[in-house]
Design a protein around this ligand. Structure first.
Ligand code: C2E
Ligand code: CA
Ligand code: CA
Ligand code: CA
Length: 284
């Protein structure tokens, strides 16, 4: 790739070329990677803002590539969506996560169940096996549907017709929570929310960024306040993403947000980590 910046000519951009090659290489390597077990999942705690207790975790997939090391989902999920591998990969993520949630519940004893949040890509939503696969996995692993939350991005549901919503409705009726992920980035019609079988709004990180300083940006405060009151009036819980400081956590708690997730509490990590965090929490 050649590019001209201003009045200076630049030579071929070796990094851009490497990226393009890598993209192609990664795409062709994806199916074998799933067979070889190169994917793994990190878990990030979801914390109740009122009392600070760990209530569950979001499963975030990673690829331990033999040459490139650990790759984040932004590097390969779009490729997996493009090639259709996202369906078996997503099923694998769901199965692992549900199994892990069951293991936490067993080890955690009477301290209250830990819930598990799993991301669904739009291709999985339109795949006819979604409901049956989910039912099978929950049954096989012995996890209650109430302990599972599926996260669907706001953009995937904009303008969604009934065919697209049917499987989500079915899952919601079973007790699975549906969360609207990256909420606030998709310009969806707020009145539309009533039509969707969702019970949780996950407020996008861009909203919490303005609250890193104290006092926070007053416009950001107003917007979050408005979204929280709308959500609660529709019986939706609000989870906030990207909480990086104590000041953010405190302001979001005051604004009435229910659950938080972010580096302030913990980075995504191995499953043992979540178990420790939850245990510490339960024993005070
Ligand atoms: P997401 O669902 O919005 O996940 C939250 C992302 O924010 C994660 O990035 C997480 O590591 C990051 N994050 C968490 N706390 C903080 C914080 O305090 N500050 C900042 N700056 N970032 C924070 P990650 O793991 O790279 O995942 C990126 C995206 O990849 C996810 O965004 C999700 O859309 C997608 N993804 C991850 N796992 C899966 C999966 O199993 N299936 C599908 N379809 N998509 C997945
Ligand atoms: Ca998510
Ligand atoms: Ca439920
Ligand atoms: Ca998100």
């Amino acid at each position: 790739a050649k590019s001209a910046g201003g009045n200076r000519f630049e030579l071929a951009d070796p990094e851009a070329d490497a990226r393009a090659i890598t993209r192609h290489g990664l795409t062709t390597a994806l199916p074998a990677a799933l067979d070889r077990g190169e994917f793994f999942i990190e878990y990030q705690p979801l914390v109740h803002l009122g009392d600070g207790s760990v209530r569950g975790a979001e499963a975030l997939v990673r690829w331990l590539h033999p040459q490139h090391g650990v790759l984040g989902p932004d590097r390969f999920i779009p490729l997996a969506e493009h090639t259709g591998l996202i369906v078996p990969l997503g099923r694998w993520v769901l199965e692992q996560s549900v199994r892990q949630a069951r293991a936490w519940q067993e080890r955690h004893g009477g301290a209250g169940p830990l819930r598990i949040n799993v991301n669904l890509s739009p291709c999985q939503l339109t795949h006819p096996g979604l409901v049956q696969d989910t039912v099978d996995i929950l049954e096989r692993e012995g996890l209650d549907a109430d302990a599972l939350c599926l996260e669907v991005t706001e953009s995937a549901l904009i303008g969604a017709d009934d065919d697209l919503l049917k499987p989500l409705r079915r899952l919601a009726e079973m007790g699975v929570d549906i969360a609207l992920d990256d909420f606030g980035t998709g310009y969806s019609n707020l009145a539309n929310l009533r039509r969707l079988p969702v019970s949780i709004l996950k407020l996008d990180r861009s909203f919490t960024q303005g609250m890193q300083q104290f006092p926070a940006d007053p416009v950001d405060l107003k917007i979050v306040e408005g979204i929280v009151s709308l959500a609660h009036s529709l019986d939706l819980a609000v989870t906030v993403e990207g909480v990086e400081t104590g000041a953010q956590a405190e302001q979001l708690r005051i604004l009435g947000c229910d659950t938080a997730q972010g580096w302030y509490y913990a980075r995504p990590g191995p499953p043992e980590r979540l178990h420790e965090l939850a245990l510490v929490d339960a024993t005070g």
